[in-house]
Design a protein around this ligand. Structure first.
Ligand SMILES: [Zn+2]
Length: 316
């Protein structure tokens, strides 16, 4: 079992949370087995996409490689963090530097600002790297209990137990992964002082959007009312805030069904907290009216998981 296999099932089923945790720690503690940071980034991609699984608990390579690619683009091009040891340049870095020089891009350009042609070319290259070097290797490091995969169908899948474990401990796993990732970088890379500052924030923000304007416009055009979702105050399109109902710091993903218009006062006061239960029904109704789908199941699952992960309740 290793990175060369074309597929793997989940080897042990119905194991308890402490065994899953031990398998995750097996991966996070095995510093020597990594020549690059790919596995950390791929593990983060999995955690960031947990609420995008289909009803068979599957995630496509496409979805995962999009997060992975965005993360590396921002870490390498925007934050200038090398990701490979012994002074060698990784395939992903090569691909990014080639794109930057070929397209005459400013190297600080944010992933979201790349045009589709450049983005697609880069995505093809990262998907190739993931298929060859990462999916199987991480599966094996996790003792093949967390997910199975197939390089033919280009999917990974969880079972109900491993999935429940991941959402229950999402925040903890994410932070443990950042710690192992940073430790590995400190031990293996020569990072200049300027780049070494705020490593945890850089990893955490590597998939953050520069702007939520596109969601603001689409909600407005779909007929969402220009008033604060929480206090009802009238607001202007220009001055309103886009609030992640379930905080971004938990979801790590921007979905229009989780975004609401908010006044600055409510937005600042709510910050990283979970809105009181009464707003939950309001959001489900808003989605039903404006987006023609309520997303009830996903929102409820996120809500319960966020509370379980220690996020606190808020009311204005
Ligand atoms: Zn308000």
């Amino acid at each position: 079992m290793g990175h060369k296999d074309r597929s793997s099932e989940i080897l042990k089923v119905h194991i308890d949370d402490s065994e899953y945790m031990s398998d995750c720690m097996h991966f996070l503690n095995s510093l020597s087995k990594k020549t690059a940071t790919y596995k950390y980034a791929f593990f983060k991609s999995i955690l960031d996409n947990l609420f995008n699984v289909n009803d068979k608990y599957e995630l496509s390579f496409d979805l995962l490689s999009y997060s992975f690619s965005k993360m590396y683009w921002n870490l390498i091009a925007k934050y200038k963090l090398p990701q490979y040891q012994n002074g060698k340049v990784s395939l992903i870095e090569k691909s990014i530097y080639n794109i930057i020089s070929y397209d005459n891009l400013v190297d600080e350009v944010d992933f979201d600002s790349l045009n589709d042609k450049v983005k697609n070319q880069y995505l093809i290259e990262t998907k190739h790297v993931i298929g060859i070097n990462v999916v199987g290797a991480l599966c094996s490091d996790l003792n093949s209990t967390i997910y199975g995969f197939s390089k033919d169908t280009k999917m990974i899948w969880f079972n109900k137990d491993s999935y429940e474990f991941l959402i229950k401990y999402k925040s903890a796993l994410e932070k443990l992964n950042y710690y192992a990732w940073i430790l590995w970088m400190e031990n293996n890379l020569n990072i200049a002082n300027k780049e070494a500052a705020n490593l945890a924030s850089k990893l955490d923000n590597s998939t953050k959007r520069e702007s939520l304007e596109v969601f603001k416009n689409s909600l407005f055009e779909s007929g969402d009312k220009l008033e604060c979702f929480y206090c009802g105050k009238e607001i202007s399109l220009k001055g309103c805030h886009m609030d992640h109902f379930i905080p971004w710091s938990f979801v790590k993903d921007d979905q229009v069904w989780n975004l609401v218009f908010s006044c600055s006062k409510c937005n600042e006061s709510k910050n990283n907290k979970i809105p009181n239960n009464k707003y939950l029904d309001k959001l489900i109704n808003r989605n039903k009216t404006i987006l023609k789908e309520d997303y009830k199941e996903r929102i409820n699952k996120l809500y319960v998981a966020a509370l379980h992960n220690g996020f606190i309740l808020w009311d204005r």
